[in-house]
Design a binder for this molecule. Structure first.
Ligand code: ATP
Ligand code: SF4
Ligand code: MG
Length: 354
């Protein structure tokens, strides 16, 4: 590890950032193949301005510029709590496991960091124990995987399934043992205090740098609107990396999708009212019919003839509702009377049978 000079204190943020990226500065000593990059320095200075003066910065720079360090250096030097959102889990891990350790050694400033993924990435201790200790009805492959998860679960600090590199992405039992909201029984859980999700929240709440991804950011924002269940702690500053992906993700969480299939699906749920399927007590098959539903024949009136000249049905025309109860609510209509008489007349039924 090279000997790195600490960032001089008591100077402005911009000056401190310049010093970090300067040739012969701390970063050049810590980073293999370091080169002074004008675009990176320009972006770092612009980010530092926002931390110093507030506002919003929209920055775009070519691939490989070193944008990650360009925002991480001023963010950490500012000593503010910062939320960073990335498009991919891979970048989350790169920042947490690669870039931040370099800066921890380089900047001479102590800071804490946490990365947060969606709940589905974490092992639910309660569910897993129930599965492990329950009746063994698993295939041989699943039984081997359960044993491996058991071993890992005893030493993992995060419970993030990404640590289990050999676990297949489509491991069929994972949905049953993931710490999703659907699986979680909340504060009643006997493992609540050592639950990985509880601990992830606590770590994030105590960290200077909180790294999330756009999916979690949007999921959290959508529950924040109802002021319930948010997991991301409040931060004064937010940096959205790979921001070109945010639009698609935000659309998934806040948009409305329309398709032929969904129209079909809605149409299937809207069935015409029937006497047995509705709780309404009056007939709704025709305007003006106030028959008790139990007495209504359920028939629909014939539609009004179409007026070609006006381009609409003829006003006030069309056949009256065939149910006579439209006029006399207490009098069963003829078809209802007929059905009732059939039910009540055993002799008639018998005669029909024979
Ligand atoms: N000044 C520098 N000199 C040498 N290497 C650098 C410098 N700054 C960053 N790097 C390295 O360059 C690589 C790319 O950096 P980074 O991931 O930040 O690029 P980027 O601008 O975000 O690109 P992309 O748009 O592809 O995401 C990293 O490995 C990083 O450590
Ligand atoms: S608190 Fe919820 S997610 Fe955590 S272990 Fe218990 S049931 Fe699982
Ligand atoms: Mg990048």
């Amino acid at each position: 590890m090279p000997e790195v000079p600490a960032v001089p204190r008591g100077i402005g943020l911009n000056t401190a950032v310049d010093a970090v990226f300067a040739p012969g500065g701390p970063l050049s000593l810590a980073l293999d193949g370091f080169e002074a990059r004008a675009a990176q320095l320009e972006m770092a200075a612009a980010v530092a301005d926002v931390f110093a003066d507030g506002g919003v910065l929209l920055a775009e720079a070519g691939t490989g510029t070193g944008k990650t360090l360009a925002y991480l250096v001023p963010a950490i030097l500012s000593r503010e709590r910062v939320l960073i959102s990335t498009g991919t889990k891979t970048l989350q891990e790169q920042i947490f496991f690669k870039d931040l350790p370099v800066l921890r050694d380089t900047l001479g400033i102590p800071f804490t960091a946490a990365y947060m993924k969606g709940r589905g990435n974490y092992l639910c201790l309660h569910r897993f124990e129930a599965l492990r200790d329950g009746p063994a009805v698993h295939s041989r492959e699943d039984a081997i995987a359960i044993e491996a998860i058991d071993e890992w679960s005893r030493q993992t600090e995060t419970g993030d399934r990404a640590e289990m590199e050999d676990l297949p992405d489509d491991f069929p039992l994972w949905p049953d043992i993931a710490a999703t909201s659907e699986n979680c029984i909340g504060a009643e859980c006997p493992r609540f205090s050592d639950c990985h999700v509880t601990q992830m929240r606590q770590r994030a709440a105590e960290s200077d740098v909180v790294i999330v991804n756009h999916h979690l950011l949007c999921a959290d924002a959508s529950v924040r609107q109802s002021a319930f269940g948010e997991v991301i702690p409040s931060c004064r500053f937010a940096i959205v990396d790979e921001a070109h992906q945010l639009e698609d993700v935000a659309t998934q969480y806040f948009g409305t999708a329309v398709s032929n299939y969904r129209f079909d699906d809605y149409a299937r749920t809207v069935t015409p009212p029937t006497r047995s399927a509705t709780t309404s007590t009056t007939c709704v098959t025709a305007r003006g019919c106030s028959s008790p539903r139990s007495r209504c024949c359920g028939s629909r009136p014939a539609p009004a003839p179409f007026d070609q000249a006006r381009g609409r049905p003829t006003a006030g025309s069309g056949s009256p509702h065939p149910c006579s109860n439209a006029l006399d609510p207490m009098r069963p209509c003829s078809s209802a009377r007929w059905r009732r008489s059939r039910r009540r007349s055993p002799s008639r039924r018998t005669s029909r049978k024979t």
